[in-house]
Design a protein around this ligand. Structure first.
Ligand SMILES: O=C(O)C1=C[C@@H](OP(=O)(O)O)[C@@H](O)[C@H](O)C1
Ligand SMILES: C=C(OP(=O)(O)O)C(=O)O
Length: 422
């Protein structure tokens, strides 16, 4: 991958049909549940990217068999064991989903990852594990590296968790809980972002035969065995966002193939959000078709449920014909980078005016100008830069290889979208 990428600019309408690889979030859950199931499972069309490869490697380190069969993954549960080292890279899913599994292993499991991973918050997860009877050694700040001292069994039971910094705390505990002696009765203290992702967790558990019920303050998972399952992974709808956004920026038409009709992916809300920005959105026999008009309308939206869509939507806001207000996303400061800060820097560099709110951004478009942007090691900041580059000549982005996190061939796919050579 080049060190600096100059995304192509384009004034004429795109007209393309795009097929995308599997969902990162569904692949992660499917791997974890298959790993703690009562027999082997098959994943068809799993996402193969850095985050999901790290999840597979982490599970292997704990004694689980994850092997390739063509493009499928075969997952064969084994006795979970330490000592082990897990490299979470920059993956929140690995960082928050594997410690509750590691608690079931016999021996210590140490988690660490990229330098930025060490800034990502886990206090709620670590406190929750401790309340469930698990010993965890950390630096006292809830940051990686930390070590989970598995003893082969976890008591489980009632627990109240603070998850305002990441819904993955809740998902991680729910995913492993059927294997805890008492299951779990999880109460959420305070706010919870990314609710669709927790609903995805609940649905994936139910698909594996786990009994999950909604309670007044959270969820209860009954103790019991996890049924193995062969599953086809849906396309990643959050990674569809930049491609669909290209329809708005160029006044063109983009269809994403195989758009699921019933999904818990937050990307399903692109339908509503892009419509609010002036696009015409319809389902066709092929998938979801988005057609842009001659302007992009500003957006006033609470993105708390769909935080991972923010970089792409904020880039569209910088190209809209009025000021936008995006709220409910304070937790983005703990994502791959502080996304509110990164978006302020990037959008300001290309000419917008940006005000950071405690929980969001106000983006006011301004005279556009060329700029060299940083990726901040964040895949979705590269997606945002690609959209800005469509409309603004002279946009460049350094370290575009950050896209490897969830869509390693993003720049080639982008070139194909535009009908250009990579
Ligand atoms: O559970 C998941 O698969 C995810 C949950 C969300 O995390 P946060 O709640 O930390 O935003 C989301 O942003 C992330 O990309 C994936
Ligand atoms: C926030 C994200 O990732 P992670 O799973 O690492 O939290 C993301 O993909 O936008």
């Amino acid at each position: 991958m080049v060190e600096v990428w100059a995304p192509p600019s384009r004034r004429t309408p795109v007209d393309a049909v795009v097929a995308l690889p599997g969902s990162k979030s569904i692949t992660a859950r499917a791997l974890v549940l298959a790993a703690v199931a009562a027999g082997p499972s098959r994943l068809v069309r799993p996402l193969r990217a850095r985050d999901t490869d790290l999840m597979a490697a982490g599970l292997r380190a704990l004694g689980v068999g994850v092997t390739e069969d063509g493009d499928d993954w075969l997952v064969t549960p084994g006795e979970l064991r330490g000592p082990a080292e897990v490299d979470a890279g920059l993956a929140g899913t690995v960082l928050r989903f594997l410690p509750p599994v590691a608690a079931l292993a016999t021996g210590p499991v140490r988690l660490d990852g990229d330098p930025r991973l060490r800034d990502r918050p886990n206090s709620g997860l670590i406190a929750g594990l401790r309340d469930l009877g698990v010993r965890v050694d950390d630096d006292g700040r809830g940051r990686a590296p930390f070590t989970v001292h598995g003893t082969g069994a976890v008591r489980g039971g009632p627990v109240t968790v603070e998850a305002s910094e990441s819904s993955q705390v809740v998902s991680g505990l729910l995913l492993a809980a059927a294997r805890y002696d008492e299951g779990i009765e999880l109460t959420v203290a305070g706010s919870l972002p990314s609710l669709p992702h927790v609903q995805m967790t609940v649905r994936t558990l139910a698909e594996h035969g786990v009994q999950v019920t909604v309670t007044d303050g959270g969820w209860r998972v009954a103790p019991g065995s996890v049924t193995p399952l062969d599953r086809v992974v849906e396309p990643d709808l959050s990674n569809a966002a930049p491609f669909l956004g290209a329809a708005l920026v160029t006044g063109g038409r983009v269809t994403v193939r195989d758009w699921p009709t019933d999904t818990t992916q937050p990307g399903a809300q692109l339908d509503r959000l892009l419509t609010a920005m002036g696009a015409d959105v319809v389902r066709t026999e092929v998938g979801l078709q988005v057609t842009g008009g001659d302007r992009i309308a500003p957006l006033d939206a609470d993105l708390g449920e769909v935080g991972e869509l923010t970089p792409v939507l904020a880039a569209l806001c910088a190209l809209a014909d009025g000021p936008s207000r995006l709220t409910g996303i304070a937790h983005l400061r703990g994502h791959e980078t502080d996304r509110l800060q990164a978006l302020e820097e990037v959008l300001t560099a290309v000419g917008a005016r940006v005000e950071q709110l405690p929980d969001g951004l106000v983006v006011t478009p301004g005279p556009r100008r060329a700029a060299r942007l940083d990726s901040y090691a964040d895949h979705r900041m590269v997606h945002a830069a690609a959209l800005l580059g469509l409309a603004i000549d002279g946009v460049e982005v350094s370290d575009p290889g950050a896209v490897a996190k969830t869509l390693p061939d993003f720049t080639e796919r982008w070139a194909r979208l535009l009908g250009a050579a990579a």
